[in-house]
Design a protein around this ligand. Structure first.
Ligand code: IFM
Length: 440
């Protein structure tokens, strides 16, 4: 067996990613809090509650964990609902709290990446129709002005919108995120408003901070036809076009092309300095005339795929290469802004991380410029409609006691970050079952 190390480029960003509602706790003023109060919305009736108690100050101990384990960056999000609790009210103390967190990151030598919208809005925005209302992009712009004015001394790496495709499809097609609608036409309106919001934010940030780098975190999911039959190939392509490609392409050329209709959004053209990639898994897609509510698709995982604890994710590292190749077509620097797996006893995670990073290394050697990797997530956190049933953290969380439980993956990731690469010894120590793949 050959031995060696897969090194990543100097200055590579190694970090973890989190989102405000999932880690902060105690926010009763946003759409997700309201959603959690409705019966049947969240698995097992779970609530975010204290979450990881970052609002209570436990971000300090978690940032310590990140810094002490070799990470050099952290991606977090700020909550619009805390900063602007009412249309005519700004909460300066919330901004102070975020300022303190960003300073806290810098003091620990963790480069901050800040997401401005990660799946939740203030209740007052929802009351006016949420992202279906075409006034919301402008209101979002005002929030961005306020937040960026306050936080720009500490951050110049911004993600405007996290996974606009997941947000729009989950909230307006699958109906599992608030407001729980099931209408593709509405989802497409929402996506256009999110494009406008992104474009506005991009220009606002650059007017204030010319050196800033602004992008989105795009969720890429592989869609392979389940068979060679033309309807399966067609529906797989429809999914790729509408789910993966529509949003970033509009930010590239200013044309929102839904296959059957094109809308021009010229202010969006060229509004990305980098493209963030969130990759988790890939689907096999079969055309299904009987499933209009599922956009005529039956999606499964390959029969022999290794599945995560609850079957939510299939381990398919080759999709990471497809994801980077796809992202590379826009000619922008790329950053993996999320990748991870739910795994409370950490049996699959070490292998999952190693094989995804190996796939990333391989494709980077095909001349794709990838500047960093943010693992999802630092510590178990509230997984939206799946509540606490899924555990994505390098550290586990006891929700009752707030105790953190260090998983072997935290140590493995630390060794990778410190080495800026993956050595044979790391694979032998943490996931010998991956030796065949990394060092055949
Ligand atoms: O927890 C989420 C995150 O908020 C967005 N991307 C996928 C993660 C895992 O489900």
């Amino acid at each position: 067996m050959p031995r060696g190390t897969y090194y990543f480029p100097d200055g590579f960003l190694w970090g973890t990613a989190t989102a405000a509602h999932q880690v902060e706790g105690r926010n009763q003023n946003n759409t997700w809090y309201a959603w959690e109060q409705e019966e049947g919305r969240i698995a097992e009736g779970h609530q975010s509650g204290l979450a990881c108690d970052w609002w209570g100050g436990r971000w300090r101990e978690d940032f310590d964990r990140a810094a002490k384990t070799g990470q050099n960056a952290h991606r977090l999000s700020i909550a619009w609902s805390r900063i602007q609790p009412a249309p005519d009210r700004w909460d300066e103390s919330a901004l102070d709290r975020y300022r303190e967190m960003l300073i806290g990151l810098r003091e620990r030598k963790l480069i901050p990446m800040v997401t401005l919208h990660h799946f939740s809005e203030p209740l007052w925005v929802a009351e006016m129709g949420g992202w279906e209302n075409e006034d919301v992009p402008e209101l979002f712009g005002r929030f961005v002005e306020k937040a960026v004015d306050a936080l720009m001394p500490y951050c110049d790496l911004w993600v405007t919108i996290n996974e606009p495709n997941v947000f729009a499809f989950s909230a307006y097609v699958d109906g599992v995120f608030p407001p729980g609608k099931k209408d593709l036409k509405v989802a497409l309106i929402v996506l256009q408003n999110l494009v406008r919001a992104h474009a506005r934010a991009y220009h606002i940030i650059h007017d204030r901070q010319p050196q800033a780098r602004v992008g989105i975190a795009a969720h890429y999911r592989g869609f392979k036809p389940a068979t060679w039959l033309p309807p399966d190939r067609w529906i797989a392509n429809v999914f790729h076009t509408l789910f993966n490609d529509l949003f970033p392409r509009t930010l590239h050329d200013g044309v929102f092309n839904t296959i059957y209709k094109r809308y021009r959004i010229p202010e969006a053209a060229g509004t990305q300095d980098f493209l963030g990639l969130n990759y988790y898994t890939s689907d096999l897609v079969r055309f299904d005339l009987l499933a209009p509510s599922k956009v005529f698709a039956h999606r499964t995982y390959p029969e022999d795929a290794l599945l995560s604890e609850s079957g939510f994710i299939a381990h398919q590292p080759s999709g990471m290469m497809a994801c980077v190749k796809w992202g590379g077509q826009y000619g922008l620097p790329l950053i993996v802004t999320e990748n991870g797996v739910e795994d409370s006893d950490d049996t699959l995670r070490p292998r999952y991380i190693l094989e995804h990073l190996h796939a990333l290394w391989q494709i980077m050697n095909g001349n794709y410029r990838v500047e960093g990797y943010f693992h999802w997530s630092l510590v178990d956190n509230f997984e939206w409609e799946r509540g606490w049933t899924q555990r994505f953290g390098l550290w586990g969380l006891d929700v009752e006691t707030q105790a953190r439980i260090r998983r072997p993956s935290a140590d493995m990731f630390a060794e990778i970050c410190r080495k800026n690469g993956i050595s044979t010894a790391i694979v032998e120590k943490y996931a010998p079952e991956a030796l065949q793949v990394l060092f055949p």
